[in-house]
Design a binder for this molecule. Structure first.
Ligand code: ZN
Ligand code: FE
Length: 237
């Protein structure tokens, strides 16, 4: 029971997206979470000797689906994403909604509905491995913009993440930590925030992803997760 996660930086220096190549190690079955663009994902798959069988999409934005059609043509893979955004996701084969369960080889994944950034946005949660892919809902030390939904929807989506176990590790859709760190540090001066900042600066200096960070740490440091009531949250926007 283990899932190997390989982050692939896409649109580097422009949007700094992450695609994630995930592999169920027992069966070798692989998937790409958010195929932002094809080329870096193809190169990484080649390097790892993997042929992904699925793309799991969090939401329809071009920087999360830009590689769908090229990867599909190359690997004949199945593209799965939010049912509500089916008409906006290139190459999609199967729509899913919150509460549905799928298997990647022998590894179970649960779809969590998390609207706000977009109306159909989903999170991909692996409860046994305690891994969570948050797309553009949750980033390290900040959150995604509210483009289609309401602040209320975003608040509810963040509460779902907060309700997940502390030892879950999360993987966001972008490397935005450098932008979010200063504000988070300004708002919070705890020991755990200082630890987070040290970790983040070390990763960024080495050109490595800051992810994964535990939800425990994120809940204590991310200004948007630390807010305890919806009224205060809504005042931020
Ligand atoms: Zn987006
Ligand atoms: Fe994005």
């Amino acid at each position: 029971m283990s899932l190997k996660v390989n982050p692939v930086l896409c649109r580097a220096g422009v949007m700094d997206n992450y695609a994630y190549i995930i592999t169920d190690e027992e069966t070798g079955v692989s998937a790409v979470i958010d195929a932002s663009e094809a080329e870096p994902v193809i190169l990484k798959c080649r390097e790892l000797g993997l042929k992904p069988q699925y793309i799991l999409t969090t939401h329809h934005h071009f920087d999360h689906v830009g590689g769908n059609e090229e990867l599909k043509a190359l690997h004949n893979l199945l593209i799965i994403g939010p049912e509500e955004e089916k008409n906006l996701i290139p190459g999609i084969d199967k729509g899913v909604g919150g509460g549905e369960t799928l298997f990647l080889g022998k590894t179970k994944t649960e779809v969590i509905s998390a609207p706000g950034h977009t109306l159909g946005h989903v999170l991909w949660y692996f409860p046994d491995e305690k891994l969570l892919f948050t797309g553009d809902v949750l980033f390290n030390l900040c959150i995604g913009g509210i483009f289609e939904g309401t602040t209320e929807q975003m608040w509810e989506s963040l509460q779902k993440i907060k309700a997940l176990p502390d030892d879950v590790l999360f993987y966001p859709g972008h490397e935005y930590t450098a932008h979010c760190l200063a504000d988070a540090v300004r708002r919070e001066n705890s020991v755990v925030m200082q630890d987070y900042a040290v970790h983040a600066r070390k990763c960024l200096a080495a050109g490595l992803p800051v992810a994964p960070v535990s939800l425990k740490m994120e809940k204590q440091c991310n200004p948007y997760l630390r807010i305890k009531d919806r009224e205060t949250f809504e005042q931020l926007f």
